[in-house]
Structure formats: structure tokens, C-alpha cells
Design a protein around this ligand. Structure first.
Ligand SMILES: NC(=O)c1ccc[n+]([C@@H]2O[C@H](COP(=O)([O-])OP(=O)(O)OC[C@H]3O[C@@H](n4cnc5c(N)ncnc54)[C@H](O)[C@@H]3O)[C@@H](O)[C@H]2O)c1
Ligand SMILES: O=C(O)C(=O)C[C@]1(C(=O)O)C=C[C@@H](O)C=C1
Length: 364
């Protein structure tokens, strides 16, 4: 439990941390610091902070933990501007998506007696601002902490306690290792999603083609709707790692391009099979944590209350749905929904109960 946490930048991530801290009673007071009083007022109304101010000095008075949740390129300028107001013993953490440069600079900027711990929650969304904040955003997500030999043990433990308190599984990584990993699983995917969207948008007849977009286009491009301000900073901060991966990507693209050029079914199949094996090896629930979920897919009709009906059949039998995802929507017809359960027994009972009600079910 923290006495006072000050969040600088109460947007999607800062706001979600504030909501989580307050809902779980992890901080006596959460103070929001930002630049725009109307957005801070919204954060207050949504319950992400207990109070707010646009004056950092006021907002930092008495802070035990300071969470810097601004775009990557602003983290160090913000840290520089607030250190004069921090009393000895204050712990400062950030949530930036790139760590090596931030952590190195933060250690230089932080005065003796103030303790910096780099962090990055591996959950988010394509939305920006307090409007997209969600108290459950971090539940079941990985939270990476990037201590260095200079990191104070107690400060690390306290930031770990905050992240675990929010429902995350904490892993420690070296800042460089973190940046290499997220370049592959977050930054390259974002770049590719944007490339795909721009490719299709620029092609002749794109409007008619996009009218047909179903799962393929939607599943591979959701993140392209992300906040350009945030992604500019990420791309710049991690550009070396990203560029190294683009070389690998280009060679992979060449492999499939050559096979297509030659029209060689064996090479195309081998390439597709390799991708399928790797993709299927991923835990179903990408947030990590609840790896061993047991799943069914159901096909439901497009009528108000269908999902509620499914939930109430299961609820009546005390079967908890651990995860729910709409996989495919057919406008006016219905769609396919994935339901996941914590045990095989629950999955089997759910399948039986839903089938009994005439809902087509497939175990996965
Ligand atoms: N969005 C995600 O999916 C995600 C996930 C994990 C980590 N992150 C990281 O979290 C950080 C915040 O991202 P977000 O998605 O919450 O962005 P956001 O745009 O929703 O929120 C950022 C907030 O910081 C404020 N801000 C910007 N510059 C500021 C400054 N100089 N002083 C004070 N406030 C300032 C903005 O007004 C806004 O309220 C970024 O470093 C991002 O890389 C984002
Ligand atoms: O789910 C999304 O929308 C995200 O883009 C989240 C995502 C990611 O790539 O996984 C994006 C950037 C953050 O640094 C961490 C998580």
C-alpha cells in the first residue's frame, strides 16, 4: 500500500494504472499531474485520480511513488523537470515502451536518494487518452521491469508490488534485451500493420476491396489505428532494433516472393506450415498468465441478448468464463465466439450445456 502515488500523464496507461490502484486500494491517494485541466477533470470523474493539478510541484508534494506515463520522447524531459521537487526516498518509475535509452538517461538525471525503476506493462490498446483507460487493462498481463546494477533493491520491490497489485505477472529483463524483444513482438507488428493498411489504401479499387474486409484484414490491422504521437516516439527510440528486424523481414518476404514467382506449391506450403506451427505454439491467451485455458467456439445468431443468454446458461451452472472473444462477425447473421474456461471439466460441461440449448459448439 502506497500513501501517495502521483501519476504524470493521465492518459490510456496512466489512467488505467490510476483506476487499478484506486479500485484495488493500493494507494491512499492518487494525484494526477498533466497539462490539460479538462482531461484531468475527466480522469477525476472516471475515478482514475483522487485529485489533480497542472502544477508538478503541488502534485509531487508527499509522493512516495511517481509514475511517468507520457510518450517515450517526453519521459526524460518530464523527469528532468520534476526531480527538483522530489524528496529523498521517492521512487520514480515510467511505463515507456522502449527502455534502454530511457533507463540510461533516467539514471543520469535522478539525484542521489531518489530511486528510478524502468517499467513497461505489456498491455494496451489502439486508443489514446483517458477515454480508453480501463481498470482491468493490466489484469493477467506481463509487466516488464528493467533494473540495472544501479537500481535500489527496495525501490524495485515496491514497483514490483505495485505491478503485482494491479494483477500483472512481473518479469525482469535487461533494458537492451527488453528493447530487442518488443521490437519483434510489438514494434514490428505495428509497423507491418501500418504498411498493410497503407498498401491497401493506395491500391486501385481499394474502397470496393475494403468493403469485403473480414477477419484477415481486421485481425492483422487493428493496431494500425494506434496513436501516431506515441508510435513516432517508439519507432525513433527503438529504430536500430527495428531496422535489424526489417532486414530479416525483407529476407522472409523474398522467400515467399520467389516461391510465388516460381509457382512452387512445395515451397509455399513449407513456408505456410512453418508459420502455422509457430503461431499455434503461442498460448491462446496472449496476455500470458492464464496459459492453460480450455476453449470452445460457438456460433451464435445476430439477435439482441444472444451473448447474455449464453452467459446466463453458464452462470446458472456456476461455470466461470475466463476469456471471451468475438472471432468473426457476419453482419445480420451472427458470428463465432471463442469462450475459454479455467478447467477442462468446466469446458466440457459448458460444451454439453450449450449444445443442449441448440447452440453449435466446437471444442478447440
Ligand atoms: N498505449 C499502449 O498500448 C501502451 C502500452 C504500454 C506502454 N505504453 C507507453 O505508455 C506511455 C503513455 O502512453 P498512452 O498510451 O497512455 O498515451 P496517451 O496519449 O493516452 O497518454 C499520454 C498522456 O501524457 C500526457 N502528456 C504528454 N506529454 C506530457 C508532458 N510533457 N507532461 C505531462 N503530460 C504529458 C498526455 O496529455 C496524455 O494525457 C507511452 O510512453 C507509451 O509508450 C503504451
Ligand atoms: O494491444 C494493443 O493494441 C497494443 O498495441 C499493445 C502493445 C502491444 O504491441 O502489444 C503496444 C505497445 C505497448 O508498448 C505495449 C503493448
Amino acid at each position: 500500500m502506497f500513501n501517495q502515488v502521483t501519476i504524470i500523464g493521465v492518459g490510456l496507461i496512466g489512467g488505467s494504472i490510476g483506476l487499478g490502484l484506486r479500485a484495488r486500494g493500493l494507494a491512499r491517494t492518487v494525484t494526477g499531474v498533466g497539462r490539460d485541466p479538462s482531461r484531468l477533470q475527466e480522469a477525476l470523474e472516471r475515478g482514475a485520480v483522487d485529485r489533480f493539478t497542472t502544477d508538478p510541484q503541488t502534485g509531487l508534494a508527499g509522493a512516495e511513488l511517481v509514475v511517468i506515463a507520457v510518450p517515450v520522447g517526453s519521459i526524460i524531459p518530464v523527469l528532468r523537470s520534476v526531480v527538483p521537487h522530489l524528496r529523498p526516498g521517492t521512487i520514480v518509475t515510467d511505463v515507456g515502451s522502449c527502455k534502454a535509452a530511457v533507463v540510461a538517461a533516467a539514471e543520469e538525471v535522478t539525484p542521489t536518494g531518489v530511486h528510478f525503476v524502468g517499467g513497461h506493462p505489456m498491455a494496451g490498446s489502439e486508443q489514446a487518452g483517458i477515454g480508453g483507460a480501463d481498470r482491468y487493462l493490466f489484469e493477467g498481463a506481463y509487466y516488464v521491469l528493467t533494473p540495472t546494477p544501479n537500481t535500489e533493491r527496495r525501490a524495485l520491490d515496491r514497483v514490483r508490488a505495485m505491478a503485482e497489485g494491479l494483477g500483472c505477472r512481473v518479469i525482469e529483463m535487461e533494458p537492451q534485451e527488453h528493447d530487442r524483444a518488443v521490437a519483434a513482438v510489438s514494434h514490428l507488428p505495428h509497423l507491418l500493420a501500418c504498411t498493410l493498411v497503407n498498401t491497401v489504401a493506395g491500391m486501385e479499387g481499394s474502397e470496393r476491396a475494403l468493403a469485403l474486409a473480414a477477419g484477415g484484414y481486421r485481425d492483422t490491422t487493428r493496431v494500425a489505428a494506434g496513436n501516431p504521437e506515441m508510435w513516432l516516439d517508439i519507432f525513433l527510440a527503438n529504430r536500430r532494433m527495428l531496422k535489424a528486424l526489417l532486414d530479416r523481414f525483407r529476407s522472409e518476404l523474398n522467400t515467399i516472393e520467389d516461391a510465388l514467382e516460381e509457382g512452387e506449391p512445395e515451397r509455399i506450403t513449407a513456408w505456410l506450415e512453418a508459420a502455422r506451427r509457430s503461431r499455434e505454439g503461442l498460448p491462446a491467451r496472449m496476455k500470458g498468465y492464464l496459459k492453460d485455458l480450455h476453449e470452445v467456439t460457438i456460433t451464435i445468431s445476430d439477435r439482441p441478448g444472444t451473448i447474455a443468454a449464453v452467459a446466463s446458461i453458464l452462470g446458472r451452472h456456476e461455470i466461470n468464463i475466463s476469456d471471451l472473444e468475438i472471432l468473426r462477425v457476419r453482419e445480420g447473421e451472427g458470428g463465432t465466439v471463442r469462450l475459454a474456461f479455467g478447467t477442462e471439466h468446466d469446458r466440457d460441461r459448458a460444451a454439453e450445456l450449450l449444445a443442449r440449448e441448440g447452440i453449435p459448439v466446437t471444442k478447440r
